[in-house]
Design a binder for this molecule. Structure first.
Ligand SMILES: CC(C)(COP(=O)(O)OP(=O)(O)OC[C@H]1O[C@@H](n2cnc3c(N)ncnc32)[C@H](O)[C@@H]1OP(=O)(O)O)[C@@H](O)C(=O)NCCC(=O)NCCS
Length: 171
């Protein structure tokens, strides 16, 4: 079913602006304040500006995003080197979730990885994060391991997932 944006907003609620269109773009240093703001909204242990500056200074890392309402609607951080890649984080603004932005971000980045000749991808996800796990599974990622007590804030396990590009599905 196609979800229309803001369909169930209560009367008087601020209606978010329309969903951003188009493909994700590569983000740069000017986007760091928006990234940090969205990190804080989305993660218990958010990355800070220094961490984003460090990854943007290192060529194997790339950050992609969708601009929205003078900020960011979504972003994804990728490490890609030789034949392997890792997705370090992906997040969508809380009021814009379940509208296909996470799927659009991931589809764009996986397509790029295919063009780069990447053969295998990895990521870690909290065991309790059903939304992210279902998103990754839809693109062909499979569980290949568990890191017990990996996350420092609550000692939650990390599920390690892997995508083999020649067998991965398009999502
Ligand atoms: C995970 C996340 C990026 C998904 O983004 P999104 O834009 O809401 O996802 P989409 O609308 O593109 O959904 C794509 C698919 O993911 C799965 N999914 C997304 N949200 C879900 C939810 N709340 N429950 C179950 N499945 C969900 C579904 O399979 C969905 O397909 P469907 O809508 O056809 O059922 C988003 O929930 C988020 O930002 N979470 C907080 C940050 C985070 O945990 N990131 C992952 C770190 S590893």
């Amino acid at each position: 079913m196609t979800r229309s944006h803001g369909q169930d907003a209560p009367p008087g609620a601020r209606r978010p602006p329309p969903l951003p269109g188009g493909a994700p773009v590569r983000l740069g240093p000017a986007d760091i304040p928006g990234l940090v703001e969205l990190e804080r909204l989305c993660f218990a242990v958010p990355w800070n500006a220094k961490q984003y500056r460090t990854v943007m200074d290192n060529p194997p890392f790339r950050v992609f995003g969708l601009h929205h309402d003078e900020g960011l609607a979504a972003y994804l951080t990728l490490f890609a080197s030789d034949f392997e890649m890792e997705i370090l984080n992906i997040a969508v603004r809380p009021d814009l979730r379940r509208m296909g932005l996470g799927r659009r971000m991931l589809a764009h980045v996986l397509q790029l990885c295919r063009k780069m000749g990447i053969q295998r991808g990895y990521l870690e996800v909290r065991r309790s994060n059903a939304a992210a796990r279902r998103l990754y599974e839809a693109f062909g990622f499979e569980e290949v391991g568990v890191r017990k007590g990996y996350y420092p804030d609550n000692r939650e396990d990390a599920i390690v997932m892997r995508l083999e590009f020649e067998t991965g599905q398009p999502g």
